[in-house]
Design a protein around this ligand. Structure first.
Ligand SMILES: [Zn+2]
Length: 262
């Protein structure tokens, strides 16, 4: 979807049916200059805080969440596997780049059952995973690079979502833009670690398919393939639309956002 030059991916039918927003931003339509041009949503990469805040305002406005700007909740992402269940007292942590309350510390997955709290994590190649419990009205957002996937961040996020709702809840997962195996060369020790953990990862390979690992992790956590929606866009291949740490080095971050709106 595109509004005023700002592009994003969203499941509109989920919003209409269940009042739940799941969205992935692209990098156009923002205020930031190079190397953060232009819709950089991250406060920690050296961009101008005022530009980041304006970019966040534009993104939330595009999602019709402008009135939730001060409740936007972010995390200090560390490529770990810790999950935070976001309560009303956490709402607004890291909402503003220019001052305000600090993000939720050392956390790579946020889960909530609370309406009106947009959860947002930031990415430049790592895998954005959003999991939704539609009937029980709960959402999880995870940041899954190779370290997070190996540490179990996706599994932990799904488990936290189930513990916040019910163990037999039908979940649906959305996997956003991330670096593809076409562009992700890694060392043999990383491939070996993944091949030990995931049956879909081939041992004799110089590249790593993070999307395949995320899909397998979701499936083994109880989210079958037919309930997974993979955007299937490589960030490093599409630096005019997404930020890529591997392709660009110093750059901005796009976002995955989930919010129960009604
Ligand atoms: Zn690629």
């Amino acid at each position: 979807m595109v509004r005023d030059g700002l592009a994003w991916h969203e499941d509109r039918s989920l919003r209409e049916r269940a009042g739940i927003v799941v969205a992935f931003s692209e990098r156009t339509g923002g205020l930031s200059g190079p190397p953060y041009a232009s819709l950089n949503l991250a406060a920690h990469v050296g961009d101008e805080p005022d530009a980041v805040d304006e970019n966040r305002r534009r993104f939330l406005d595009a999602l019709d969440l402008a009135d939730r700007r001060d409740r936007l909740t972010c995390a200090q992402q560390v490529h770990g596997a810790a999950v935070r269940i976001v309560q009303p007292r956490d709402a607004g942590r890291g909402a503003h780049a220019a001052g305000g309350v600090s993000p939720v510390p050392e956390t790579d997955a946020l889960v909530t059952t609370q309406a009106g709290i947009p959860l947002m994590l930031l990415y430049a190649d790592c895998v954005p995973v959003v999991v939704v419990a539609e009937r029980a009205r709960a959402v999880a957002v995870a940041h899954a690079g190779w370290r997070g996937l190996a540490a179990g961040v996706v599994r932990n996020a799904v488990a936290a979502l189930r513990s916040a709702t019910s163990p037999d809840e039908d979940l649906v997962a959305y996997v956003g833009p991330h670096i593809g195996p076409c562009c992700y060369e890694v060392g043999p020790e990383v491939v070996s670690q993944f091949a030990n953990k995931f049956v879909t990862i081939r041992r004799a390979s110089a590249v790593l398919d993070l999307g395949a690992a995320a899909a397998e992790e979701l499936e083994s956590s109880g989210v079958p393939r037919e309930r997974q929606c993979h955007l299937g866009i490589c960030t490093a291949h599409n630096t005019e639309r997404f930020f890529s740490y591997r392709a660009e080095g110093r750059t901005g971050r796009h976002a995955a956002l989930a919010c129960i709106v009604a």
